[in-house]
Design a protein around this ligand. Structure first.
Ligand code: H2B
Length: 96
């Protein structure tokens, strides 16, 4: 997998920031309620499993905090960018 780094990934994304000293990217998603947040997590979990690439995330009611990095590479790779884009598209279809 090719490492692209956080700065390069952020050029293609909106609302994401660097995390973990530039070795990861993060975003906080906010939804109408818990069911919308859970629906988002469900869809993203399926995508993550298909990709064999898993997010670090936490949920409190209507919020989902996500951090993406590639553990095997110790940096941000194209897989993180692909998952981030997927999450953004999915969140847009749910956002109120
Ligand atoms: N997810 C993430 N985010 N980074 C990885 O390096 C990673 C993963 N590696 N999911 C995968 C699983 C690896 O451990 C398995 C064995 O393919």
């Amino acid at each position: 997998m090719s490492t692209i780094g956080a700065e390069q990934a952020l050029k293609h994304l909106e609302g994401w920031t660097t995390a973990t000293s530039g070795k990861a990217i993060s975003k906080s998603f906010e939804f109408k309620d818990f069911m919308d947040a859970w629906s988002f997590m469900n869809t993203c979990a399926m995508k993550a499993q298909c990709m064999d690439h898993h997010p670090e995330w936490s949920n409190v009611y209507n919020k989902v905090d996500v951090t993406l990095t590639t553990h095997d590479a110790g940096d941000v790779t194209e897989k993180d960018l692909e998952l981030a884009v997927f999450m953004d598209v999915r969140a847009k279809t749910i956002h109120y």
